[in-house]
Design a protein around this ligand. Structure first.
Ligand SMILES: C[N+](C)(C)CCCC[C@H](N)C(=O)O
Ligand SMILES: O=C(O)CCC(=O)C(=O)O
Ligand SMILES: [Fe+2]
Length: 441
């Protein structure tokens, strides 16, 4: 078994050589005794390459040190079967100098860099490199020493990040959400214990929606609730807003009409992170709230038509809000693609979808426009599948939190008097609260 692993390691090193990595000899410190195997290869550069590795319980770390190029670390995860996962990590020497955590380069109390990165020679190479069981030591030309725990390097490598998600989520359609039986949190316990707050935030992060029950139906209590989680994001609609179908603002939300699924404030450069709804009163019919997991729909697009997903993530477009009603004069423009993904791991983090507020499409060249509409149609088809629609009737006392970067909302038309209050939350502060409670956010 070990022999196979070593052979694989040998071939990965040889592949690197073929791509131009040269060196002298490979010392198999821990396995030498077992296999008395050492790999020699040609060296063209006078700089030497050495490789050392250490066996840990479930993985093997090896470091290939090249003073001519960069540092390469092999991380081999040993699985019970013959198979094992292996990751090659590469670190640029400027990067290694820049991330030095010595007392003169880094303030470990404030977690801030002291080193002036611009003072680092872009062609810097270490004078010497030494590796012991767990730590790498670099001595730089000016004599400064940087030490790195191998574990720290592995954890903070690009290759490691590529395989991780920033935000773990459970994507849902109506059935999946109902089956999950996500519990609501009680207002009083929510205010009193951080355990309840944590439970609430955990569900909110996983599903993109969450409910709090038994909230006294007033704007003040809704505000108190919101403030327990984060800072309220004041916008052109105010800090706490309160609305009925009174046409007081130049937006369809202030009517009795049905509203198709959408995310709010797509016309802000940074759309509001979280939307809070509390229905204080409704004497009439209709007016149910529609919720659709935009990331679930986007994932369906990715599976069915990956090139359309890619187009929606690449093409920037504008959304716009023009208002001239009474005293309210606003003109907002937000630019960005419908699907926003992190480039290094392709993780979706923000969907901007509002067909009402989408502005003139003039940021897309002629030869792309039609393909963009096709991709937009595919996404819309997924978003409109009845099985993806979760319908809820908001009642006084039950407050709904929506991740406005992920979950679309809409409403059924209604009759009678209906009063809704709520606010937007600052996303950074919601995530801050979650992290401080020990959640992955
Ligand atoms: C009423 N309330 C303040 C919640 C929002 C009104 C904003 C509606 C707008 N069309 C948008 O989607 O952004
Ligand atoms: O009236 C509603 O239920 C929601 C309207 C809406 O989309 C909004 O206020 O953002
Ligand atoms: Fe809305």
């Amino acid at each position: 078994m070990w022999y196979h692993k070593l052979l694989h390691l040998q071939s990965s090193l040889q592949n690197l050589m073929k791509r131009g990595y040269t060196g002298q000899a490979l010392q198999l410190s821990n396995f030498k005794s077992l296999f008395s195997l050492s790999i020699h290869w040609c060296h063209t550069a006078s700089k030497s390459v050495s490789c050392t590795w250490h066996q840990h319980e479930d993985h093997l770390v090896s470091a290939l040190l090249s003073s001519a190029l960069n540092l390469i670390i092999f991380w081999h995860l040993l699985l019970p079967e013959l198979q094992y996962a292996s990751t090659v990590m590469r670190f640029d020497y400027v990067w290694l100098r820049d991330h030095c955590h010595s007392a003169s380069c880094y303030n470990s109390k404030t977690h801030q860099r002291i080193l002036d990165t611009a003072s680092v020679d872009l062609c810097i190479k270490p004078k010497t490199i030494r590796l012991d069981e767990t730590t790498l030591f670099f001595t730089w030309p000016d004599g400064h020493v940087t030490r790195y725990d191998l574990d720290w390097l592995v954890k903070n490598s690009y290759e490691g990040q590529k395989q991780k998600v920033i935000q773990p989520r459970i994507l849902w359609n109506a059935k999946l959400y109902q089956q999950a039986q996500v519990p609501s949190v009680d207002f009083q316990s929510f205010l009193k214990t951080s355990d309840e707050l944590k439970k609430f935030l955990q569900n909110f992060l996983l599903y993109g929606i969450a409910f709090v029950e038994n909230v006294p139906p007033s704007q003040e209590h809704t505000e108190k609730l919101a403030e327990r989680i984060s800072l309220i994001r004041e916008t052109i609609y105010g800090r706490m807003w309160y609305f009925t179908s009174d046409f007081s603002r130049g937006d369809t939300a202030y009517t009795k009409l049905a509203l198709d699924r959408h995310t709010d404030t797509t016309y802000f450069q940074e759309p509001c992170g979280i939307q809070v709804f509390h229905c204080l009163k409704h004497e009439g019919t209709g007016g149910r709230t529609l919720l659709v997991d935009g990331f679930y729909a986007a994932q369906q697009v990715l599976q069915k038509a990956p090139e359309e997903f890619e187009l929606l993530s690449k093409v920037p477009l504008k959304h716009e809000y023009i208002e001239n009603v009474g005293e309210c004069h606003n003109h907002m423009i937000g630019v960005g693609p419908v699907l926003n993904i992190y480039p290094w791991n392709k993780e979706l983090y923000l969907i901007r979808y509002n067909n009402y507020d989408r502005a003139v499409l003039n940021t897309v060249p002629y030869d792309v426009v039609h393909r963009w509409y096709t991709a937009h149609r595919t996404l819309t088809t997924e978003l409109r599948r009845p099985e993806n629609e979760l319908w809820v009737k908001l009642k006084p006392g039950k407050v709904l939190f929506i991740d406005n970067w992920r979950v679309l909302h809409g409403r059924e038309s209604f009759t009678g008097y209906r009063q809704l209050c709520g606010c937007y939350l600052t996303r950074d502060d919601v995530l801050n609260t979650a992290r401080l409670l020990g959640l992955h956010a």
